[in-house]
Write a protein that binds this ligand. Structure first.
Ligand code: FAD
Ligand code: HEM
Length: 399
């Protein structure tokens, strides 16, 4: 529990911190990355440019300050961040750097309003948050048999499959001839690439898109090609251009809190859109091996954009509902998709809603928010609805 005087100070200052939260976290990143340019390799430059990184940090600190004495409320947030950090090799000593620059940024933005008493209360909240993350990350590293210094392992591409023109699937095998790590369906790895032209290394997360086989891992990377306004995605386009068979890449151990309990026998409902199909493809493969009940709902624009379509072989205990919201004439209704037009979950409630099921969502944020609301409206308990955000999570802290 926060001491009563700290709680009173935090409650009194939360509104002003909230009103200035992204200014504070924006200033924090700027001053920390100026002082430690080597950390630019660690932080996703795309998320820096979009502002999502500072929003995610601000939302997390705000949520933690409010709910740190309600463990059930804060658990999903702590898990999400700890898994992400473990996939990036974050070490305990880095928290001192972050803490120093975060507190300094609060001082710079709020100025004289930050009394010694206020600074002490927020410093206490920061270190409680840090302590909880450090403890969780230590367990994740220990369970994986790695340390932050050894979080990357070299893999070789042994299979490359183009998924229409939109994505590429890469099957990876460790070059040290050891077995591939175990993982739960739904988890992801971080892949590191060297971007010599901009003098940076960058890490990105990719969900494992096939069930574990003990020897290999497979990822499926959507190509984020640029246009007049947006530059090419740094890592996805680098992999699309250079991840040929025989090429070698540094890859983290699998982590991620959106994951099936592989041994349970309750039904699983997977609902995805676009490239959000990747963790669901691993889940679907696992369920079909396990002969466990499942519903697989996927929304794609049309057959040409339906990633991993070739893997949808029917299975007796799995119900598939494939929706093309902009179907082409060559897309065959009843064969490669079951519904053409806009997807409305309630319209398919008889197929989708199952007693005792867990629901997994993955796709763009507005898609997941809509499906989550629709499920709750249909009486599904909130703790049964899980989701994966393919970017800084701007959802968990706001629920
Ligand atoms: C848990 C998790 C799992 C994921 N799983 C998958 C998966 O299975 N498959 C998959 O394909 N992806 C997945 N992702 C997303 C993936 O990690 C990357 O975010 C994605 O590949 C884009 O990275 P990038 O380096 O290519 O693009 P970035 O360089 O990070 O850019 C991202 C976007 O921002 C735009 N952008 C960048 N800078 C600017 C700027 N200055 N101005 C305007 N726009 C800009 C780019 O054009 C691009 O569209 C996952 C993410 C997470 C967090
Ligand atoms: C109490 C301290 C910290 C908090 C509250 C915090 C919070 C967060 C949050 C909310 C995210 C986004 C998670 C997501 O993707 O959903 C994140 C990601 C990240 N954090 Fe932390 N973090 C802390 C400490 C650190 C430290 C010490 C480092 C290392 C210097 C670090 C490096 C990163 C990186 C590199 C990412 C990924 C950024 C991206 O992909 O855009 N964090 N953190």
């Amino acid at each position: 529990m926060l001491a009563p005087d700290h709680r009173a100070t935090i409650d009194a200052t939360l509104p002003v911190v909230a009103a200035n939260a992204t200014a504070i976290t924006g200033r924090f990143y700027a001053r920390m990355l100026d002082a430690h340019p080597e950390l630019r390799n660690l932080f996703n430059q795309g998320n820096q440019a979009s502002g999502e990184q500072k929003q995610a940090l601000a939302a997390a600190v705000y949520a933690y300050a409010q709910y740190c004495d309600t463990p059930d409320a804060i658990e999903p947030l702590l898990n999400r961040i700890a898994h992400k950090h473990a996939s990036l090799g974050i070490a305990a000593d880095m928290y001192t750097i972050v803490g120093r620059h975060l507190m300094a940024a609060i001082g710079e933005i709020l100025g004289d309003a930050v009394t010694a008493e206020i600074a002490e209360a927020w410093d206490t909240v920061y270190w409680r948050f840090a302590g909880e993350l450090i403890a969780r990350e230590a367990v994740l590293y220990q369970d994986a048999g790695i340390t932050p210094a050894t979080f990357l392992r070299e893999y070789e591409v042994i299979e490359r499959v183009a998924e229409g023109g939109v994505a590429v699937s890469l099957r990876l095998r460790p070059t040290d001839d050891g077995p591939a790590p175990a993982f739960r369906p739904g988890q992801y790895v971080s892949v590191q690439v060297d971007l010599a032209d901009i003098g940076l290394r960058q890490l990105r997360q990719y969900s494992l898109s096939d069930a574990a086989d003990g020897q290999t891992l497979r990822i499926t990377v959507k190509q984020e090609a640029g246009d007049d306004v947006r530059p090419d995605g740094l890592v996805s386009m680098h992999l699309a251009r250079h991840a040929d068979i025989g090429s070698r890449w540094l890859v983290s151990n699998p982590f991620g809190d959106l994951a099936l309990d592989p041994d349970a026998d309750t039904p699983v409902v997977m609902i995805s859109a676009g490239v959000g199909i990747t963790p669901m493809a691993a889940m679907r493969r696992h369920l079909s091996r396990q002969q466990r009940q499942g519903v697989f709902v996927h929304v794609a624009a049309h057959g040409g954009r339906h990633i991993l379509k070739r893997e949808l072989t029917p299975a007796a205990h799995l119900t598939d509902l494939i929706v093309y919201d902009a179907a082409r004439v060559e897309d065959r209704l009843g064969t490669d998709h079951h519904h053409a037009g806009r997807f409305t979950l309630a319209e398919h409630r008889d197929t989708i809603v199952r007693p005792d099921a867990d629901y997994y969502l993955c796709g763009p944020l507005p898609f997941m928010t809509a499906q989550r609301e629709a499920l709750l409206d249909l009486g599904v308990p909130a703790n049964r609805v899980h989701f994966e955000v393919f970017g800084p999570d701007l959802l968990t802290a706001t629920l």
